[in-house]
Design a binder for this molecule. Structure first.
Ligand code: DGL
Length: 269
């Protein structure tokens, strides 16, 4: 298939979390059209089996291919950790598939860090994906991983700047093993929403890294390399979810930081 720069970028997540990455892409590459799919009917992915996540992800990737996406970004750490290899095989060479873990681990590899913490869903942390790549890049690096499964429902329910969220953040991050980390990777695309509170918990003393800008820069570099960067100026973005409530649209706007219209599309039945 011959790809052209005017084709859209396909992005998917289990829900609205990936909108934090889509938003960073919109800011860095405003000329690109985006087709976003949030699999809200199956949210959360964090405690699902790898088999289920692979099955959902294949279907979504098929949908984004039908929409003629020139590249597909897995904007979910859990799917990146447990389904990416399978999806790459499934897709073959049709379009470039990008995940959110590789650009972030590359970014860390270029810095000078001693003790790095990684937080994410149970699926991401239990897969050991971050730890394996980070240790492979630098065997001397001390990597501390911790699942923080309450963060996703807490954020989705809008507990963000209050006593409840601060208590949950404190309860996880005051764990002894997180002592003396110099960097914390937010290994879940939901977590940038609470980045400020997390930084505050560490008295703004550590480097808190989220995937948005890093993944957007990475995408820009691979599109440039392949002569697929759009230079036209009429981007048209579409946002789909597999289940829908009006509340969801409100939450989605909080993630994307601008007005969006979600369309429900149900290809599961
Ligand atoms: N946003 C997803 C991730 O980056 C997690 C949300 C979920 O558990 O579905 O892992």
């Amino acid at each position: 298939m011959k790809l052209s720069p005017s084709q859209p970028i396909g992005i998917f997540d289990s829900g609205v979390g990936g909108l934090t990455v889509a938003h960073a892409i919109r800011q860095l590459l405003p000329q690109e059209s985006i087709i976003y799919f949030g699999d809200t009917a199956h949210l959360p992915y964090g405690d699902k089996s790898a088999e289920s996540i692979i099955c959902y992800s294949r279907k979504i990737v098929g949908f984004l291919l039908e929409k003629k996406c020139k590249t597909i970004l897995v904007a979910c750490n859990t799917a990146s950790a447990v389904a990416f290899k399978d999806l790459k095989k499934f897709l073959g060479v049709q379009v470039q598939l990008v995940n959110v873990i590789d650009p972030v681990t590359k970014y860390i590899g270029k810095g000078n860090y001693n003790k790095v913490g990684v937080i994410g869903t149970k699926g991401t942390i239990n897969s050991g994906a971050y730890e394996k790549i980070l240790k492979n890049n630098d065997p001397e690096l001390d990597v501390i991983s911790m699942a923080t499964p309450l963060f996703v429902p807490m954020i989705e329910e809008g507990f963000i700047y209050d006593d409840i969220s601060n208590a949950i953040i404190r309860s996880y991050l005051s764990d002894e093993k997180m002592k003396n980390i110099d960097t914390l990777i937010l290994g879940c695309t939901h977590y940038p929403i609470i980045k400020n509170q997390i930084s505050k918990f560490f008295n703004f003393d550590i480097n808190v890294v989220d995937s948005g800008r890093i993944v957007a820069e990475y995408l820009k570099s691979i599109l440039t390399e392949r002569n697929l960067l759009n230079t036209g100026n009429s981007p048209r973005s579409q946002f789909y979810v597999s289940d829908f409530t009006p509340y969801f649209e409100k939450v989605a706007m909080m993630f994307f930081e601008e007005t969006i219209k979600l369309k429900k599309i149900d290809f599961w039945n």
